[in-house]
Design a protein around this ligand. Structure first.
Ligand code: PLP
Length: 403
């Protein structure tokens, strides 16, 4: 039989968070090894249970959740999303809200509806790589603008501006950021909005970590600082409400929508084609947004997420040659390995070797479209004892790697 080949559409699409190193981890597990997995921001397996009321509401509504819903999602859930935002962003309407099977589905849809071959989208570097992959899958080109480690991983606005061309259609902002943990000040967002305004760009604001903030960090909605710019805001239940497996997220259009009739028609068609998002989990949206925000308990002094972020930071930065900007939000650390001390030529190979020798799974920095092999990402979800164990393994491994 003729070899079945993947489509050429996939030739530029990469998603290393679940890439080849994970396959090797599975192989090692099949051999009976226990692997410490610090590669995916999935709260539940680390003992972060969902708020009870979310589970109760889903179960209570299961019977009426058997059929398809409206293709944009259930009206009460979309209304709850509008109410959640309307004080800060006036004029949002239920028709501007699309519920999806996680933010992931909506990222792919939003790019498929926008891009023609060769269109460009400005994506941060490092990024959450689904954005780059979704741009490539839609035939576009992700042009990466630099976030500057020396300036708390803030976007380099000059670099961003210099990368706009006549093919640029949009700019992606991930705030709080995965993988760096940066949380952007309103002035930074205003500068990005200004670039968008001057060049007629859509802003895609991925704010899925907006409630996971440490110390005195505050989150500012991109759409609130740029109400004259077409903005698509993404958020969902996977992180703050700890139900990543229920696949529930939303996107919301704000700004001059009257200039986007054709794009909105495209989005509606794609929403129709996927029939509807998973219905049972839509019953959790109003409860999640309107209920007690138990995530806050985890972020206060003594709360698990804060204590783990602190512990991971203290332990990692105590290793010679390892530095890290302390995350202000999200669930990750993105440490730098001093290239003089650790001359890593290929960071995917580095991640493989760390896995084989120490049975510890992290993701290499180039998997986040970072250009040099001198970073990796780990999640700060494991309990303090497991983080101690994990960082101990990293330290032992780095000793063997040192120049
Ligand atoms: N956006 C960012 C920045 C993420 O880190 C993730 C998941 O890790 C997603 C989107 C995808 O979230 P969802 O589970 O809603 O598809």
């Amino acid at each position: 039989m003729r070899e079945v080949m993947q489509s050429t559409k996939l030739s530029d699409v990469l998603y290393d968070i679940r890439g080849p190193v994970l396959d090797e981890a599975k192989r090692l597990e099949d051999e009976g090894h226990r692997i410490l997995k610090l590669n995916i921001g999935n709260p539940a397996p680390f003992g972060f249970d969902a708020p009870d009321e979310i589970l109760v509401d889903i179960i209570a509504n299961l019977h009426q959740a058997q059929g398809y819903s409206d293709s944009k999602g259930l009206m009460p859930a979309r209304r709850a999303i509008v109410q959640h935002y309307e004080e800060r962003i006036p004029g949002v309407d239920v028709e501007d809200v699309y519920i999806g099977n996680g933010v992931s589905e909506l990222i792919v849809m939003s790019m498929q509806a926008l891009l023609d071959d060769g269109d460009e989208v400005l994506v941060p570097m490092p990024d959450y790589p689904l954005w780059t992959a979704a741009v490539s899958l839609a035939g576009g080109t992700a042009v990466h603008y630099r976030c500057d480690e020396a300036s708390d991983w803030n976007p380099d606005i000059d670099d961003l501006r210099s990368k706009v061309t006549d093919r640029t259609k949009a700019v992606v902002v991930i705030n709080p950021n995965n993988p760096t943990g940066a949380v952007y000040a309103p002035e930074v967002l205003e500068q990005i909005a200004q670039v968008a305004r001057e060049n007629d760009l859509i802003v895609y604001a991925d704010e899925i970590y907006d409630k996971i903030l440490y110390d005195d960090a505050e989150h500012t909605l991109m759409s609130a600082v740029a109400d004259d710019v077409l903005c698509v805001t993404f958020n969902g239940l996977s992180k703050a409400y700890r139900v990543a497996g229920f696949r529930s997220g939303w996107m919301m259009l704000t700004g001059p929508k009257h200039h986007a009739h054709s794009y909105i028609e495209g989005l509606n068609m794609l929403a129709n084609m996927r029939l509807c998002p998973n219905v049972p989990s839509q019953y959790a949206i109003a409860t999640a947004l309107g209920g007690r925000q138990s995530i806050n308990d985890l972020l206060l002094p003594g709360g698990r997420l804060l204590e783990q972020r602190n512990k991971a930071y203290d332990l990692l930065t105590a290793i010679p040659g390892v530095t890290c900007v302390k995350p202000k939000g999200a669930l990750y650390m993105f440490p730098r390995l001093d290239p003089e001390m650790y001359p890593i030529a290929d960071d995917e190979k580095f991640a493989y070797e760390l896995l084989r020798e120490q049975k510890l799974l992290v993701v290499q920095g180039t998997g986040f479209n970072w250009p040099t092999p001198d970073h990796f990402r780990l999640v700060t979800l494991p309990r303090v004892e497991d983080l101690e164990d994990a960082v101990g393994r990293i330290a032992r491994f780095l000793e063997t790697y040192a120049a």
